[in-house]
Every structure is written in C-alpha cells, then in structure tokens.
Write a protein that binds this ligand. Sequence first.
Ligand code: DC
Length: 220
Amino acid sequence: MSKLKILTIDGPSASGKGSLSRNIAKHLGFKILDSGLLYRAYAYFSKSISKIEEIPALINNEISFTYNESDVIILHENNDITSELRSEETAKIASKLSALPQTREDLLSIQRNFYSEDGLVADGRDMGTVVFPSASLKIFLEASPEVRAKRRHLELQKRGQEVNMLDLIADIEQRDMKDRTRAISPLIPAEDSVLIDSSNMSLDEVLSFTKKLTKKEFNK
Ligand code: DC
C-alpha cells in the first residue's frame, strides 16, 4: 500500500489536536480536515432535518470551513454557526450520532475528499485507523481528563459560554468512554502511530516534537 501525504492526529476531545493541527498544517503548507466538525455539522442538521439521508449533501453544499492559525470559522450559507457547532449541546448529539454506522458511512467519502496531493493534516478519532490508514505519519495525542476539561473550559469561556468544571469533567469522561468503546471505529491508536501525552507539555513543546517527526517524513 503506497503511503499518502497525510499526517493524522487522533485522540480524545480537548487533547490539543485542533491547535496542533492548525499550527503544523501552516508549517507544512498542508490543508486541514477537522473531522469532529463534520460530526458536529451532522448533529446540527439533524436537529432541523427529518430525512437524515439529506444531511451529507447539505454538508457538502451549504457548509464552509475557513481555517486560520488560532481558529476555524464555520458558515452555513452566510450564517456563522461556529459557536453553535462548538457548544456542549451539539457535542452531545454528535457523540450519539457518531456511534451509528449510517453516520460514519455518510461522512467517510466527505472526509476522504479533503485529501489533495499538496498534503493534508487530518484530525479526529479514526483518521489513522479507518479514514486514512495509508497516511505517512500518524500521531495519537492524549492528555488527562482534568487537563482536557481545563482546556475545554477556557475555550468555552473565550466563546462566552459558561459551564461548571465538574460537569465538564464528567461529560468529557462519559463521551470518551463512548468513543473508546463503541463497536465501529472506536477511538484507539493506530498500530503505526506515535503516542504523545500532552498533559504536561505546552503547545510549543508538542509542536516542536511533531516537527521532528514531520522533518523525517515530509522533509519539512
Ligand atoms: O473532536 P470533537 O469533539 O469536535 O468531535 C465531536 C464528536 O464527533 C465526538 O463525540 C466524537 C465524534 N467524532 C468521531 O466519532 N470520529 C471522528 N473522526 C471525529 C469526531
């Protein structure tokens, strides 16, 4: 199997995948796929659309993602739906839907279409195991639930959303458990992935470690 010019970054929520993806994609000049946002967009449409089979076309035709170094803006036609997609409410629906075979099948080709020969950084849960098994470089990024809850808390605060810290830890642990134990595409490291525990590492430290790996693999 020939290897594709892809760096996959899998791991649980708020492990720092998003920041690492945006920064390393800029460094490499690769495109980005934040697959969690596709699951969140699926959840967003599921609230208003009765025919679930219409959702993939709506994601393809009506949603746009604009990435910059610190964030991504998501538009539904001309409406900014970033905060709605990032909310805990949407995350909970996305978590439920992501366990269904239909959802995963619907999103598979949409995710694979993000690949171009210029290179791709793909962030998610099953990027290295299911969506892009022939990626050249695979990272599995971990962090303790407490550290992840703190990061998510800060992120939500920045967006003006207040949530209780203990509730957040409980929610994160519950969603992780579901992600790790679901029957299809569970959250597990690909056999050929490099494990990074970022609990005690800054973004800069994770980034410079990742750059050592990309230097070897992509010469960048
Ligand atoms: O990374 P995130 O929190 O934005 O992901 C939202 C939900 O989507 C989360 O519950 C897990 C699910 N997901 C998934 O099952 N597979 C992926 N590749 C990405 C996300």
